[in-house]
Design a protein around this ligand. Structure first.
Ligand SMILES: Cc1cc2nc3c(=O)[nH]c(=O)nc-3n(C[C@H](O)[C@H](O)[C@H](O)COP(=O)(O)OP(=O)(O)OC[C@H]3O[C@@H](n4cnc5c(N)ncnc54)[C@H](O)[C@@H]3O)c2cc1C
Length: 394
């Protein structure tokens, strides 16, 4: 059995950011990151990969280059937690003990919750931006589309970056228009939700964007099956339970998501399966030496990397206070951000907090499509991510 003072589960956006911030604050801390993947991906770029602006491989870096100097990398999957004895077990059968635990394994994609999807995704017009293995198929589907129905879906429940399913729909529509095929294509955006966006200021703009582009939103539509041979998407209406079938020529699917099974099945989970943390301090509600951050946490905000950027300094400050046996004073206000791409040169930068009020960065009205914000997404934010955030500097 190995032991580390601080163990971080997941070396994704949150895990690496927290590890870097802890090292910057105190290089003598003994930190281990448990992460199975060889590669780390900047997932927000997948929207632009799906739209043909970047190649999939441009979104990735070697995990080895991102784990901060001096931090131990345990290349394994965590399988189970025993928080009463400050231990966890890996899939390789190793037991690891800790003084402090940070749980950051992200969200789980449940492809098999839609009948026929797992077999169909990535081929013959069924595509998804949600995985490095399928994101190339989005651009292929958009490029090959000449006529018919282009369908875009958003499932029930939490997903990474709630605006991302819409972004690819607007990009595709813009591509069709620029390539002279728009008049022959019906663009439909289906969502299990009741509206296009949760925050009113941005929702109103996005409703106008959809109307201007002739994108037809269909609400309360939950995708339950893909019949790839007949190119049919089967939905259940969220209120009436009625079954509806829409024939497609291409379909971009946002899969249903949930807390990872190994978290949901553990004592660290809340009723919905997420790591049960205080929404301001990020400390676990029952195990005081455990913290949760990012997509796997119960924090009631939209699940984004931008939210992680604001959560990480709070978690680090509170963990350092706990180690010194001082009160936890840092507080997260629920900030999250969603850069909603609306075309190849326009974007609405939505930023808001727990109260659903805009919490904007720039000194101008952000509830508006802007070219400058598109440039920020394409060039500024990736640079901020790789060189600032993951280094614990921004
Ligand atoms: C298409 C798309 C568009 C997006 N657009 C935006 C955007 O515009 N802006 C924005 O801010 N965010 C966006 N996001 C969301 C953003 O990428 C996530 O919110 C962010 O990565 C969450 O960080 P995380 O560390 O919680 O999870 P992740 O970054 O997903 O990291 C989780 C890590 O845990 C590891 N892990 C999983 N299981 C285990 C296990 N059993 N043991 C150990 N390790 C494990 C994984 O390998 C992974 O490295 C987008 C995401 C997608 C997919």
């Amino acid at each position: 059995m190995s032991h580390h003072q601080i163990v971080i589960v997941g070396g994704g956006t949150a895990g690496i950011t927290v590890a870097a911030r802890l090292r910057n604050a105190n290089p003598s801390l003994d930190i281990a990151v448990i992460e199975p993947s060889q590669k780390h991906y900047y997932q927000p770029l997948w929207t632009l990969v799906g739209g043909g602006m970047f190649k999939p491989e441009e979104s990735g870096r070697d995990e080895a280059d991102l784990i901060p100097y001096g931090v131990t990398w345990i290349k394994s999957f965590v399988d189970s937690f025993t928080p009463q004895s400050n231990q966890l077990a890996t899939r390789d059968g190793e037991t690891i003990s800790y003084d402090y635990l940070i749980v950051a394994p992200g969200i789980q994609l449940n492809w098999d919750k839609v009948k026929g999807l797992k077999q169909a995704v990535g081929k013959e017009g069924v595509c998804s931006n949600y995985s490095i293995d399928t994101v190339a198929s989005t651009w292929e589907s958009i490029r090959n589309m000449k006529q018919g129905v282009a369908l875009f879906t958003q499932p029930a429940g939490a997903v990474k970056c709630g605006g991302a399913p819409q972004k690819i729909c607007y990009l595709a529509e813009d591509y069709f228009r620029r390539n002279g095929v728009r008049d022959d294509i019906e663009v439909i955006f289906t969502t299990a939700g009741p509206r296009l966006f949760a925050v009113d200021q941005y929702r109103e703009v996005l409703e106008k964007v959809a109307a201007r582009k002739g994108v037809e939103p269909r609400f309360r539509h939950n995708l339950v099956e893909i019949r790839s041979e007949s190119k049919e998407a089967v939905y259940r209406h969220m209120d009436t339970d009625e079954e509806m079938v829409i024939e497609y020529d291409m379909i971009h699917v946002t899969p249903p998501m949930s807390a990872p099974d190994f978290v949901a099945n553990s004592e660290l989970a809340d009723e919905a399966g997420w790591v049960d943390v205080d929404k301001h301090t990020l400390q676990h509600t029952r195990f005081r030496n455990v913290f949760g951050i990012g997509d796997a946490s119960s924090l009631p905000t939209s699940k984004t990397g931008a939210a992680v950027r604001k959560q990480a300094p709070v978690l680090v400050s509170n963990l350092l206070s706990l180690i010194k046996q001082e009160p936890l004073t840092a507080s997260y206000d629920g900030y999250t951000s969603c850069p909603v791409v609306t075309g190849y040169d326009s974007l609405v930068l939505a930023e808001f907090d727990y109260s659903g009020q805009p919490a904007e960065t720039f000194p101008f009205v952000q509830a508006k499509e802007r070219f400058s914000m598109f440039l920020l997404k394409k060039f500024g934010l990736p640079a901020l991510y790789w060189h600032g955030m993951l280094r614990g500097r921004a």
